[in-house]
Design a protein around this ligand. Structure first.
Ligand code: NOJ
Length: 553
């Protein structure tokens, strides 16, 4: 392991064009053989990540949790879930990542705690009208039913009634997600102070930043009015003017406070917002200079494989981010959406849950992989930063045939199976070998991976792709290496170039051109250009659904 003494120098504005690897800890690598990914697994694979060429890691929640929503139900924000490891393991992991030049971003979940968090158990015990209940949203019911018509993002009502300490049926509490995820009351000063203290706790331990879970939901209309959208399923709901819980103006004051905390450190601490909002203009309100540094560009994630649509999203994103001086943050997949290989292999559609997409009979995985290769070169050539979800670099697809019995996403349960949920993008990574667990767990482990891996993972393990010039892994490694070296990549101008219909072509500064062919036939490459990297073999032409990076004289 490289020691701190030889650690690479880290840039202070690294976050403006960083490539961040999303590490879904449950499914990355299992160090102790219990079938669940863990900190030991991360530590053993840090050199893989350094060699891949990413700049930072975002680790999904690793805090103690009853795991009603895969760790997004936190019972203690200042510790590590024992199933993932110890505080010492986490500290060692952070130090080792830093020594390899990798920044570490954790995930903070401020909208809700677990119902097993000490604050919530105290609130239940203390009863109506108590200061303990004031940290959450407890209300009497309306008649026999809940206080209003709000629906949980995961299905069903957003309210659950509690039994009072004397055993009588009592108040209701708000949970925009699972019943085991009670929403905090962000109008309460103790809630605000607590989260600033949690940020400092981890910043003091060397963490470089936070991804903010449902960053747009914290502040609620205190009148708790009905929304009148009875059957809305709201995971990706964006709200609109005056919506009582999504994207309310009051949330920005919270982030001004968080920014002050971040800026009190000499080494910059950064935020990335998960904010599903109605427009790029609403999104950049989170990115004003005294608020958050970056926010996932979900408009881009949801843009179909269509040249005009992609160009329009790129232009509107860059224009709106430019108004506040914030870098763009491109993303194609994460642990909440159908993997993009499986989206791109279907007829173009907006949306990213299986319910939004064409049926599996219309899936062409080869086409999805080919387009995913092209999409990777497109994304990594755009100005700003980018996120890579673990397994993107292997070309993993959505596992759509998981048996119902193994599904763990609360969405599946709360909708009675009407929404299949997000387990299919969370299947443990294949590292090596020809049979499950494909090196995910150590040799001799008796526990099986927490979700079953398909036999076809044998063809896409890291081991199988390593050194194969045609593999997705080789493409990502080459692209990330070039992106580091080439002065035109990362932040900077983008200029669209004229080209045949259906071809996206742009230059990045002097002498770098990216071309992506979304037309119906092959197109000629510019005369005199030298190929740096291409997603398919070229013969003077760029084939359909292929991309190329070129240097021009
Ligand atoms: C967004 C997270 O990415 C998702 O996985 C989680 O279920 C919800 N927020 C609730 O915390």
């Amino acid at each position: 392991m490289t020691t701190a003494a030889t650690a690479p120098t880290l840039r202070t504005d690294w976050w403006r064009d960083a490539v961040v690897y999303q590490l879904y800890i449950r499914s990355f690598a299992d160090g102790n053989g219990d079938g669940l990914g863990d900190v030991a697994g991360i530590r053993a694979r840090l050199e893989y990540l350094r060699d891949l060429g990413v700049d930072a890691l975002w680790i999904n929640p690793w805090y103690p949790s009853p795991m009603a929503d895969a760790g997004y139900d936190v019972s203690d924000y200042r510790a590590v879930e024992p199933a993932f490891g110890s505080e010492e393991d986490a500290a060692a992991m952070i130090a080792e990542a830093k020594a390899l030049g990798l920044r570490v971003i954790l995930d903070i979940v401020p909208n809700h705690t677990s119902d097993e968090h000490a604050w919530f158990t105290a609130a239940l015990a203390a009863g109506p009208g108590s200061p303990e209940r004031a940290r959450y949203h407890f209300r009497p019911g309306r008649g026999d039913g809940p206080p209003n018509d709000w629906r949980s993002v995961f299905g069903g009502p957003a309210w659950t009634q509690v039994a009072e300490p004397d055993g009588t049926a009592g108040e209701w509490y708000l949970h925009l997600f699972d019943a085991k995820q009670p929403d905090l009351n962000w109008d309460h000063p103790e809630v605000r102070a607590e989260f600033e203290s949690i940020l400092r706790f981890w910043f003091d331990r060397g963490v470089d930043g936070f991804r903010i879970d449902v960053a747009h939901s914290l502040v609620k209309d205190p009148a708790l009015p009905d929304v009148g959208e009875e059957d809305e399923t709201l995971l990706n709901a964006v709200g609109g003017a005056g919506h009582p819980f999504w994207d309310r103006d009051g949330v920005h004051e919270v982030y001004r406070g968080w920014r002050r905390v971040a800026d009190s450190y000499a080494d910059p601490k950064v935020f990335v917002a998960e904010a599903w909002v109605a427009s790029p203009e609403r999104l950049v309100r989170y990115l004003r200079p005294d608020e958050l540094h970056t926010a996932f560009n979900f408009d881009y994630l949801g843009t179909p494989w269509d040249p005009a649509a992609l160009r329009a999203t790129i232009d509107s994103s860059l224009a709106s981010n430019g108004t506040v001086g914030a870098p763009a943050t491109w993303v194609m997949s994460n642990h909440d959406v159908v993997r993009h290989v499986s989206r791109l292999g279907r007829p173009p559609a907006s949306g990213h849950s299986l319910n939004d997409l064409a049926p599996v009979e219309e899936l062409d995985l080869e086409l999805g992989r080919r387009r995913a290769r092209a999409a990777a070169l497109l994304m990594l050539a755009l100005p700003g930063g980018a996120y890579v979800y673990q397994g993107d670099e292997l070309g993993l697809w959505e596992v759509e045939d998981l048996p119902d019995a193994v599904r763990q996403d609360p969405t599946f349960r709360r909708t009675g199976g009407a929404e299949i949920g997000r387990d299919g993008c969370r299947v443990p990574l294949p590292w090596s070998g020809t049979a499950a667990p494909f090196g995910f767990s150590p040799d001799g482990a008796t526990a099986r991976p927490w979700l079953p891996q398909p036999a076809a993972f044998a063809g896409v393990t890291v081991e199988a792709q390593d050194g194969d010039p045609g593999s997705m892994l080789t493409l990502y490694r080459a692209a990330l290496a070039l992106r580091r070296e080439h002065p035109a990549l990362g932040e900077g101008p983008l200029e669209w170039l004229p080209g045949p219909d259906g071809v996206l072509a742009f230059s990045r500064g002097e002498g770098f051109v990216c071309m992506v062919n979304l037309s119906g036939g092959p197109v000629a490459l510019p005369a005199g250009a030298e190929v740096l990297l291409a997603t398919e073999p070229l013969d003077g032409e760029l084939p359909v659904d292929a991309a190329v990076w070129l240097t021009t004289a």
